[in-house]
Design a protein around this ligand. Structure first.
Ligand code: IPE
Ligand code: IPE
Ligand code: MG
Length: 234
């Protein structure tokens, strides 16, 4: 593993429903399996050159799903915070939830705030969960919050309840065999390297994460400049 550069990795954890349906199980079983996959990644995070890991848990458009699935997902997030909050604290991880908070159940918002505060003094990688998140909504909201003295990035931070700075994404992974961003981190992904994987999220593990990071290091990021070592022809 190349540790010379520490990365912001973002993951669209997609394919839970289809994973379950392929096993003749209810979709919620897929979300539970997805929670276990996420727990495994968090458990092994110290083995990776990652400073920030942003995970798409629930989009603003996911409210359109049937009530039972929506409720099941929020129950799962509630249990996840209860179980993995102490673990994040112990593993020296920092923690932040980005997204709207006014539509999330009060007991879950309390847990989010509690673990954000508890993990604040930690110095390790930052776990950011995107819940009731929409990049477009935050970009529009940032526009409303902007004052003449404020730069746009700061307005986005404010909108996202960001207690940490908005960092550009280096590498974005989407599982579930779809090649789209689905309203995730549109500003932060301006120069992200994108990896769309056919596998469903519950089948993803730190083994696949290591492989994607190796593939990332084979790409050349140019940020609009000429390839490294190439002399301009003029
Ligand atoms: C992603 O899995 C998890 C959430 C959106 C919460 P999906 O539930 O979208 O799974 P598929 O895409 O239907 O298989
Ligand atoms: C994106 O997946 C949201 C999350 C993974 C939380 P969706 O399954 O909601 O996205 P679309 O509908 O396929 O674009
Ligand atoms: Mg999906």
């Amino acid at each position: 593993m190349n540790f010379s550069q520490s990365l912001h990795i973002a993951i669209i954890m997609d394919g839970n429903g289809r994973w379950a349906q392929a096993r003749h199980q209810p979709r919620l079983m897929g979300h539970q399996a997805g929670g276990r996959a996420l727990a495994e990644i968090i458990r092994n995070l110290q083995d990776f050159p990652i400073h920030t890991l942003t995970l798409y848990c629930f989009s603003q458009d996911n409210w359109k799903r049937p009530d039972a699935e929506v409720q099941g997902l929020w129950d799962l997030f509630d249990r996840f915070l209860k179980r993995h909050g102490p673990e994040m604290l112990k593993r020296n991880l920092r923690f932040n939830v980005i997204g709207r908070r006014d539509r999330i159940q009060a007991k879950i918002v309390r847990k989010i705030r509690h673990w954000e505060t508890q993990c604040r003094a930690n110095s390790g990688p930052l776990i950011r969960l995107a819940m009731d998140y929409s990049a477009k909504w935050h970009l529009e909201d940032a526009g409303r919050l902007l004052t003449p003295e404020m730069d746009y990035r700061s307005a986005i931070e404010k909108s996202q309840n960001g207690i940490y700075p908005v960092e550009s994404v280096d590498l974005l992974i989407r599982t579930g065999n779809e090649s789209r961003l689905s309203d995730f981190l549109l500003y932060e992904c301006a120069y992200a390297e994108l990896f769309f994987l056919p596998m469903a999220w519950p089948d993803f593990s730190s083994v696949e994460l290591a492989q994607v990071i190796d593939r990332y290091h084979q790409r050349e990021r140019r940020f609009g400049a000429l390839p490294l070592g190439q002399v301009a022809q003029s």
